[in-house]
Design a binder for this molecule. Structure first.
Ligand code: IPM
Ligand code: MG
Length: 371
């Protein structure tokens, strides 16, 4: 199969992790005889620097014409520490989400037994954790009217949701629940927020169409606690934009590192695949970032292309590196391997270059000596 992929590496560690994700895609192309063509586009701080615009029109045009988008991260401390900045790298991502109407952001959360010791939670709470967050991505407080009153003493962020915005993601989440453990939890703040009450009303109504799915409702403050106390209770979580942002970072703690989690964003046109982590500027250029979130995002992209065998192969490669402790610094700060080494090992696995008699000595040479 032939696919055209837009690659937006972005800022910070984005280019490093995306380079490894592309390497894995190339390995998939080689092994399964596909052709993947890449067009690299700008977004974020790097785009502001080069074009004066966090999302140049050309990037949107290329995205619209491609089969999928692979994205790294955006953000730069220069802007974070300057509340008066007129332009921000994140505006690029938000505008892209809105322009492509990427309204459904899907963030699967699983744990790997070899990484259980890294989580602050007890092992018995982590075994078998497997849930998926459906985060609404183009509405709510992120996109409501924003205002800073002129004298700087008052600021407003409006949160707006329409029935249609809730319905379209709710249907996707319910359909997914039907393929899983048939349980859906709506996370909201319906005891306080009008928008949350609308979410509840709409979801209660839609639930009638999916009688095989058990639905429960949880306030977001309680959900934040339950994700830590008893994460196994969740199957599909459906929530609005801001709550989804917050609880997905929290949920990543279960997996051992935020560097592990992938995501997919679907809308009405091209889908986008990105790790959930940010640009992690402190690690940029050091070859220490974890590429697995990006590589698992590639697996989600392959599933979207209906290349399920290919996606499974990539996931097996990830599991294999973890089981053999070929992990980056976030996972093991002493015995760690570089971003490029982990990417290379997963690619080698995909193309079957790694056999049982894998040459450990050679790999040891690529291990960090910085302690
Ligand atoms: C995410 C990120 C973004 C968000 C930022 C970079 C705008 O945190 O994708 O989770 O808040 O949605
Ligand atoms: Mg986030």
């Amino acid at each position: 199969m032939k696919k055209n992929i837009t690659v937006i590496s972005g800022d910070g560690i984005g280019p490093e992790v995306i380079a490894q994700a592309v390497r894995v895609l190339n390995a998939v192309a080689q092994r399964f005889h596909h052709e993947f063509n890449y067009t690299y586009c700008l977004m974020g701080a790097v785009a502001i620097e080069q074009t004066g615009n966090p999302l140049p029109d050309e990037t949107i045009e290329v995205c619209l014409e491609s089969d999928a988008i692979l994205f790294g991260a955006v953000g730069h401390p220069k802007f974070d520490n300057d509340p008066a900045a007129k332009m921000r790298p994140e505006q690029g991502l938000l505008k892209l989400r809105k322009s492509l109407q990427l309204f459904a952001n899907i963030r699967p959360v699983n744990t790997y037994s070899v990484l259980h010791h890294l989580s602050p939670l007890k092992e018995k709470q982590l075994e078998g954790v497997d849930f998926i967050i459906f985060r609404e991505l183009t509405g709510g407080i992120y996109f409501g009217k924003k205002e800073l009153i002129e004298d700087g003493t008052k600021a407003i962020d409006e949160s707006v949701y329409t029935v249609n915005e809730i319905e379209r993601i709710a249907h996707i989440a319910f359909k997914n629940a039907q393929l899983r453990k048939k349980k859906l939890t709506l996370v909201d703040k319906a005891n306080v927020l009008e928008t949350s009450r609308l979410w509840r009303r709409v979801v209660q109504k839609i639930a009638e169409e999916y009688s095989d799915v058990t639905v429960d409702y949880m306030f977001v403050d309680n959900a934040a606690m339950q994700i830590i106390l008893n994460p196994k209770q969740f199957d599909v979580i459906l929530t609005e934009n801001m709550f989804g942002d917050i609880i997905s970072d929290e949920a990543s703690v279960l997996s051992g590192s935020i560097g592990m989690l992938p995501s997919a964003s679907y809308g009405v046109c091209t889908a986008l695949f990105e790790p959930i982590h940010g640009s992690y500027p402190q690690a940029a250029g050091k070859d220490i970032a974890n590429p697995i979130g990006s590589i698992l995002s590639v697996a989600m992209m392959l599933d979207y292309f209906q290349m399920h065998e290919e996606a499974a192969r990539v996931r097996q490669g990830v599991t294999w590196t973890l089981q053999n402790k070929f992990v980056t610094k976030d996972i093991d700060p002493i015995n760690f391997y570089f971003t490029t080494t982990v990417g290379e090992l997963i690619s080698d696995y995909v193309i079957n270059k790694i056999t049982d008699e894998i040459n450990h000595e050679n790999i040891e040479l690529r291990k960090s000596t910085i302690i």
